[in-house]
Design a protein around this ligand. Structure first.
Ligand code: FAD
Length: 445
């Protein structure tokens, strides 16, 4: 029986394991993960810390028992230390002892690790990483035990902004610092980020942009007490690090081909430069349709999809990824923003010549007097062929379904002109006869 070893059993690994065991009965699946739990949904961390949900226990959708009931051999608390790719052997550390195993096919699903700033004081107490269940639990236990007043969140990407809201909901003095000039810089243009910055400030969060953190200082107990930037200093009882992630590729980086940030370079089958080794999720690249090239986009959605694709290919069914658009969303104090593909500022930084069309209106006709919030949209398209490469939408209304259509539009290379003539239904309960998507497309230059 062919033996498939999977290293890492979080979102990517779990998707691969379940796909193999549900579709192929003639495979032995052996799993190693250094963690003690499986499938923690980090997206629920801010909701849990901010007490919008009562517990973190519901933030799992699988377990060792679940995977074992399907037929996998699952070894938790087992860290793979090295891989001999030539002889197809691995060395695993289990409770301090090294054991050896072998494979016919290998799936690397080792994910990513949050970055720490390499600056003075980074080893002080209460500077918290936020990724694992254990990280969230530690933050919550500390908040219960100590009278922390001042929380500084470093990094104003999705995770930093969500956690700033969470700590503010607990009535802390919250400062959100980023060296970029805008929050959510990598996902939205300024007409959207301006609104999010106002939203955060209006709720009492101190937003400190264009500031680079240069040092942490601590008290006599080695507890952090200040965050010092190139412009100011801030009192801090707790610091949250949300400055991005590095792919975990130590075990393969000297043998397999890597992308510019160190992730495993994979093809559309999720195969690495070794044909018997696949890499999925946060440790690997994805194909980005918006730039028509390989890219690194660390999202649970990409992890799950790549897990499914690798699983079929590893078992001999030839399927390729359709590529991704990096679709993502955020909801802060009921201000919802969704994005897919490229922003105008990203396109400029990559020398992609784009135009864009903006439109803002109430979602429904004016005669709908109740619950009729505004919607703002920007559609970004290439100048050369008018193909749509990005869209951002914002509202206090649930506009999440709209962005899925734009994800498909980018994947299928739809032009802005075809979008203008797309058959979109009208019903006053939902939209206007000239709805905001059609209007934005019709207004394109
Ligand atoms: C706070 C937070 C919020 C997020 N919100 C969202 C969201 O709303 N939507 C979204 O799409 N994404 C979100 N993400 C991103 C998402 O969590 C990641 O993209 C996802 O976890 C990637 O899954 P993965 O399985 O590839 O990697 P990981 O989750 O990093 O899992 C890798 C696994 O490999 C194991 N491992 C690593 N090295 C070894 C080794 N040598 N030996 C054995 N085991 C090993 C680890 O223990 C781990 O279990 C969020 C992330 C965070 C931190």
């Amino acid at each position: 029986m062919e033996k498939i070893v999977i290293i890492g059993a979080n979102h990517a690994g779990t998707a691969a394991i379940k796909t193999i065991l549900s579709n192929y009965k003639d495979k032995e699946v052996v799993v190693y993960d250094k963690n003690s739990n499986i499938s923690f949904l980090g997206c629920g961390m801010a909701l849990w810390i901010g007490e919008q949900i009562s517990s973190g226990e519901g933030l799992f959708y699988s377990s060792k028992e679940d995977l074992e009931s399907m037929g996998a051999k699952v070894n938790m608390n087992s860290e793979v230390k090295s891989v001999d790719f030539i002889n197809k052997k691995i060395v695993v550390s289990v409770e301090g002892n090294d054991i050896e195993d072998n494979y016919d096919k290998l799936i690397l699903a080792t994910g990513s690790t949050p970055r720490m700033l390499d600056i003075e004081g980074n080893d002080l107490n209460n500077i918290q990483m936020v990724k694992l269940y254990q990280n969230a639990k530690e933050v919550i236990v500390k908040l219960e035990k100590e009278k922390f007043e001042n929380v500084v969140v470093i990094g104003a990407g999705y995770i930093g902004v969500e956690l700033a809201e969470a700590f503010k909901r607990l009535d802390k003095n919250v400062t959100l610092i980023d060296h970029c000039p805008r929050v959510l810089n990598g996902y939205y243009d300024d007409i959207f980020t301006d609104e999010m910055e106002r939203n955060l400030s209006n709720h009492g969060i101190n937003v400190a942009l264009n500031e680079t953190v240069i040092k942490f200082t601590g008290d006599e107990n080695n507890n952090v007490n200040k965050v010092i930037t190139d412009k100011k200093e801030y009192n801090a009882d707790m610091v949250i690090m949300a400055v991005g992630f590095n792919p975990n590729t130590d075990i393969g980086k000297n043998y397999l081909k890597l992308y510019e940030n160190g992730a495993y370079l994979t093809n559309k089958k999720c195969q690495t430069s070794d044909k018997d080794v696949y890499a999925i999720g946060d440790c690997a690249t994805v194909y980005n349709n918006a730039i028509e090239n390989y890219d690194y986009i660390a999202l649970a959605t990409n992890a799950v999809r790549s897990g499914i694709i690798a699983a079929h290919n590893v078992c001999g069914t030839n399927i390729e990824s359709e590529g991704v658009q990096g679709s993502s969303a955020i909801s802060i104090y009921n201000l919802n923003m969704v994005s897919t593909g490229l922003t105008v500022s990203q396109a400029k930084s990559m020398n992609i010549d784009v135009d864009y069309t903006d439109y803002e209106d109430t979602k429904k006709p004016a005669f709908m007097e109740v619950e009729n919030p505004k919607v703002k949209i920007r559609i970004v398209y290439r100048k050369e062929d008018r193909v749509i490469v990005g869209t951002q939408i914002m509202s206090t209304y649930d506009i999440s379904m709209g962005i899925h259509m734009f994800s498909l539009a980018i994947q299928e290379k739809l032009t802005i002109d075809k979008l203008a003539l797309l058959d979109l239904f009208f019903l006053p309960h939902f939209n206007q006869p000239y709805n905001f998507i059609t209007m934005a497309a019709l207004n394109a230059k």
